[in-house]
Design a binder for this molecule. Structure first.
Ligand SMILES: [Zn+2]
Ligand SMILES: [Zn+2]
Length: 146
């Protein structure tokens, strides 16, 4: 890549708009590879480096959030407000849910301890999603994207 390319502000590029659009429409918290695939469906020929750089800029700008579960690939989230994730153990779908546990019993033991100020928390709830529950007998996963 040339020095010029590195200094280009991707905010206004079609590539960055496409990346943001893909994440806005996604309901499954796509990985960078999945974002790349979907961007190429609307803008063929966009390279991985361009998409990954756009993702980084969007995260820095607070327009999207990134997170990863354990050692799995980083996922991207259009929802930048605090929320929890429901993870389907069958199809891997990651769904948003807001539980607002700051004042719940869950964190009460820490509040009582008094020597640790909770600023945030990260909660994952594992289970089986609705689609997997109803398709269990058919024994095939639901499509990744609607
Ligand atoms: Zn599922
Ligand atoms: Zn989320």
């Amino acid at each position: 890549m040339s020095k010029v390319a590195l200094t280009v502000d991707v905010r206004s590029t079609p590539q960055r708009r496409a990346v943001l659009d893909v994440i806005d429409r996604a309901t499954d918290h796509p990985t960078a590879a999945e974002v790349l695939e979907r961007v190429n469906e609307v803008l063929p020929g966009v390279g991985a480096a361009t998409v990954y750089r756009a993702l980084g800029r969007l995260v820095d700008a607070g327009q999207i959030a990134e997170f990863c579960f354990g050692s799995s690939a980083t996922r991207y989230d259009r929802n930048v407000d605090h929320h929890e994730h429901l993870i389907c153990d069958r199809c891997g779908r990651v769904e948003d849910v807001v539980l607002d546990l700051h004042n719940s019993q869950l964190l009460a033991p820490l509040t009582k301890r008094g020597d640790f100020a909770v600023t945030s928390y990260d909660l994952r709830v594992h289970g089986v999603c609705h689609d997997c529950t109803i398709t269990t007998t058919e024994n095939h996963p639901h499509p990744k994207e609607k």
